[in-house]
Ligand binder design. Structure first.
Ligand code: CP
Ligand code: NVA
Length: 302
């Protein structure tokens, strides 16, 4: 049966570890000029209903490095943008392609696409989830810290797609996670329900300082996500105090890492000083999108 990657909860701990191991191997092979064309002759369709720099370029480059080709499909050009049902799009594209990466708004659209497709579907970001990004973060943390098990993560800011995916991904991978959000901007209820089973490995607060205490890695994301541009001003006020700055970093472990999926809004969720001090980790995280997505494509499409 075909497999999809629709959200972080689709992956077990063993599957996450196996993806990260393959990603490390593919990264080594890429850097050492060792051929790894596991998807020769395969085509990945990439549907975008929102903007992207990293996701588009890393998927397109990744499938090419694996010997296949990527097809950029903007919803502005597809009939889906004129109202053709996802159910029909799924059944048509399944007859041409070997896999689909989709970035859109509603998680339900991705789930429907997967239900009606006979080829693997990969979520390249919805309002609910961003699994490829969390896999890249986990690989980066494992590279810098040498392990995941037992590490303490901290997320500051909006309870958005990144927060949802961090909570599920990090708990599944054996880490603990503290999340600080304003009361009206909490993670999705289904994610909070998932976290309940992990007891005190999950901690939700409205105090960024409480969340940051003793953290091995601090993560944050924009206050207004794609599609929320109209709320940017209200959100700027609601998130005052939820900034990753030098003072907040002083509560984390002295060797704490910082992760940001990017794009970053300097002066809002993170200061320019913290971002530049941790640029090495943050841009490695961006690079690791390429390697983990190649691993995901190999696992699902070969
Ligand atoms: N982090 C991330 O998904 O970046 P893009 O929006 O540029 O793809
Ligand atoms: N939360 C952000 C992540 C961007 C990669 C958004 O959805 O816009």
């Amino acid at each position: 049966m075909k497999k999809d990657l629709l959200k972080m909860a689709d992956l077990s701990r063993e599957e996450i570890e196996s993806i990260l191991d393959l990603a490390s191997q593919l990264k080594f092979e890429q850097k050492n000029g060792i051929e790894h064309k596991h998807l020769a002759g395969k085509t990945l369709g990439m549907i975008f209903q929102k903007s992207s720099t990293r996701t588009r370029v890393s998927f397109e480059t990744g499938i090419y490095q694996l010997g296949g080709q990527g097809l950029f499909l903007s919803s502005r050009d597809l009939q889906i943008g004129r109202g053709e049902p996802v159910e029909d799009t799924a059944r048509v594209l399944s007859r041409y392609l070997d896999g689909i990466m989709i970035r859109t708004f509603e998680q339900e659209e991705v789930e429907t696409l997967a239900k009606y497709s006979t080829i693997p579907i990969i979520n390249g970001l919805t309002d609910y989830s961003h699994p490829c990004q969390i896999l890249a973060d986990l690989l980066t943390i494992r590279e810098f810290k040498g392990k995941l098990e037992g590490l303490r993560a901290c997320y500051i800011g909006d309870g958005n797609n990144m927060a949802n995916s961090y909570i599920v991904g990090m708990l599944t991978a054996g880490m603990s996670i503290a999340v600080a959000c304003p009361e009206n901007y909490r993670p999705d209820p289904a994610v909070l329900e998932f976290a309940k089973a992990y007891g005190n490995k999950f901690f939700l607060t409205d105090s960024p300082i409480e969340a940051a205490k003793g953290a091995d890695v601090i993560m944050t994301d924009v206050w207004a996500s794609m599609g929320q541009e109209g709320e940017a001003e209200i959100r700027r006020k609601a998130f005052v105090g939820y900034q990753v700055n030098d003072e907040l970093m002083s509560y984390a472990k002295p060797d704490a890492m910082v992760q940001h999926c990017l794009p970053a809004h300097r002066g809002e969720e993170i200061t320019a000083e913290v971002l530049e001090a941790h640029a090495n980790e943050i841009f490695e995280e961006a690079e690791n999108r390429l390697h983990v997505q190649k691993a995901v494509m190999v696992k699902l499409m070969s």
